[in-house]
Design a protein around this ligand. Structure first.
Ligand code: PMP
Length: 289
């Protein structure tokens, strides 16, 4: 496998990071996960925009333009003959001293890994997920704003550990006020009648690219979409529920905290949106040429 690193395509075995990189020492950096479908990079500009916004929020200067970054993502796919796959874009603070001070790091490092991903077993897309709400609350906006897709994912990892220990593959994180924020690595939607509801980002959700695609596609299929505050009551009484994410795509949730959601099977709205999402993903994006 070839890894794109700071302007060069290098062999995987030579793609190494210094132990003094603050990305490693402190989780100081930002990242993106992007999909390639059918020889195109899906929502490439949207991911790159979010990457630069995350970087700006932590005063990290990415040493290349957005245009050059988009070109590098395509190059990384080409170098690995990826036509359908997953791209991990990582920007670390770079090499500095052992102290916290990010200003000792002279230059950010840019790493692009173009590979594959399978987040959930295929079968779960037919049966739906059983998930749990966990005690680890989502980071507060005043601390590490969840809108920043930073390399420090400990908040999400602690939640994921709780989920796995409870026998679930994913969880729902609430914010410190008890409102639903998101899953540990995905956004959440509920369906009530003909309306899709997802928590606003101020409740502690990342502004997911897949979430935005669903919010755009759903009205075209005749559904209403709104951002609203959700409590566990809303989850338990939902007709349908699903998670969205670049790796997960759209996956139904049929059980929360051992309570059956809807009729316990992936619902018609989720399945319809899933079909439209796939059709859209297969036919749009930046060509890998
Ligand atoms: N929330 C979190 C915490 C995430 O890490 C992700 C990405 N895996 C998402 C939501 C979904 O965002 P996107 O659709 O942009 O992948």
């Amino acid at each position: 496998m070839k890894i794109w690193m700071n302007g060069k395509s290098v062999d995987e075995k030579d793609a190494k990071v210094s132990v003094f990189d603050h990305g490693l020492l402190y989780g100081d950096g930002v990242f993106e996960g992007i999909r390639a479908y059918n020889g195109r990079v899906f929502m490439c500009d949207e991911h790159i925009d979010r990457l630069y916004r995350s970087a700006q929020a932590i005063t990290l200067t990415i040493p290349m333009t957005k245009k050059a970054m988009a070109k590098a993502v395509v190059e990384a796919c080409k170098a690995n003959r990826i036509r359908n796959g997953y791209v991990r874009l990582v920007v670390t603070r770079g090499i500095g001293s052992l102290g916290l001070n990010p200003y000792t790091c002279k230059k950010a490092q840019v790493i692009i890994i173009a590979a594959g991903i399978q987040l959930y077993p295929k079968k779960l897309y037919d049966t739906g997920l059983a998930i749990v709400t966990v005690g680890t609350t989502r980071n507060q906006a005043e601390a590490v704003n969840p809108r920043i897709k930073s390399l420090n994912y400990l908040n999400n990892i602690l939640a994921k550990i709780e989920a796995i220990n409870a026998g679930a593959m994913e969880c729902i994180m609430l914010n410190s006020q008890g409102y639903v924020a998101e899953a540990s690595g995905d956004n959440i939607f509920i369906v009530k009648g003909d309306t899709l509801i997802t928590p606003p980002s101020w409740c502690g959700a990342l502004e997911g690219i897949t979430r935005n695609v669903v919010m755009k596609l759903a009205p075209e299929q005749g559904y209403k979409v709104k951002e609203d505050v959700l409590t566990r009551y809303d989850l338990y009484t939902a007709d349908e529920m699903f998670l969205t994410g670049t790796a997960a795509e759209i996956i139904s949730v049929v059980n929360v905290d051992r309570r059956v959601i809807g009729n316990g099977k992936p619902g018609p709205v989720t399945r319809e949106l899933g079909r439209h999402f796939h059709a859209f993903a297969q036919s749009s994006g930046t060509p890998i040429t």
